[in-house]
Design a protein around this ligand. Sequence first.
Ligand code: NAI
Ligand code: AKG
Length: 334
Amino acid sequence: MAPKEVIKVLVTGAAGQIGYSLLYMVANGDIFGHDQPLDLVMLDIEPMMGVLEGVAMELNDCAFTTLRSVVATADEKTGFSGIDAALLVGAMPRKAGMERKDLLAANVRIFKSQGKALDQFAKKTVKVIVVGNPANTNAGIAAKYAPSIPTRNFSAMTRLDQNRAQHQIAAKCGVTIQDVSGVIVWGNHSSTQFPDVSHAKVNKGGKSLAVYAACNDDAWLKGDFIKTVQSRGAAVIAARKLSSAMSAAKACADHMRDWFQGTKHGHHVSMAVPSDGSYGVPAGLIYSFPVTIENREWKIVQGLEINDFGREKMKVTADELAQERADALAVCQE
Ligand SMILES: NC(=O)C1=CN([C@@H]2O[C@H](COP(=O)(O)OP(=O)(O)OC[C@H]3O[C@@H](n4cnc5c(N)ncnc54)[C@H](O)[C@@H]3O)[C@@H](O)[C@H]2O)C=CC1
Ligand SMILES: O=C(O)CCC(=O)C(=O)O
């Protein structure tokens, strides 16, 4: 078989803590394929160029067979030119006591500027994941300032929330992660998100059971389970004095691997994408839905039955996103 064409991948915030774990997974082929050669561009701010020089040395010293070249830059034109994938991590993280909305004004400006850079310099087929918080709203702003790129090429990361929820269910039911499937995260990557297990299954004792039957603890599923997932980021900050990094990098890798390589037959994953009005979510909001992916195109899973409990939770997080978008647009006008 002829060798694959080289792709160009950008990681922003590459000198940060998520970047350090993520770059390894980009460069070793876990995300884009072990037979997919790639040129890697790392973007960060000027004062971090010394650090990035060291990271570039380490990447080269890993002697990855998939990594063709590494460039470190603080220049957006160099960073965004001709890229096939943009992993937008670079932004300020939340510190103890801060809410995600506190980050909005500082971080939204970064995504306005990077949206313009995508518009001007990236391939029109580029696939974009936003990790930097507030991730959903930042993705919407980047898309707005990149009108020449299809909006559906923009996404935000809620895979970490899905992974966290999956772990909670596996631990509660005493099964392995592989035994839990179909967990959905709806809405915003924030404390209003709705981790929903009403369509999820657990393999237990050789049987496929609905999560409610397998856990046999409705009060936990409707209460502490949801709260634990919603507040997991804050719990990690409280314990580590730094926000989640290794798990965030792994989730980013999961998200982009599935986007480029497709979801397994019969499985869906959670991804924040532009709403088309499905499930009554206002069109245009970057809202986390269950999606399936084939040929690098995602499709929102349709026809899931939503009960009153779920509908109410899905509306709360949509309302928060609408407010965040209004706040972000106001910052962009300043
Ligand atoms: N969506 C999600 O599930 C998660 C999102 N996050 C978010 O990811 C972001 C990054 O987190 P960390 O890596 O822990 O932060 P960090 O502070 O360790 O690294 C951020 C990096 O971004 C760089 N940066 C700042 N402005 C930039 C710009 N304009 N262009 C390029 N680089 C720039 C900084 O210099 C720094 O090296 C934060 O906003 C954090 O809240 C973190 C965990 C999960
Ligand atoms: O701001 C935070 O909650 C920490 C980073 C994050 O988004 C998360 O860990 O979920």
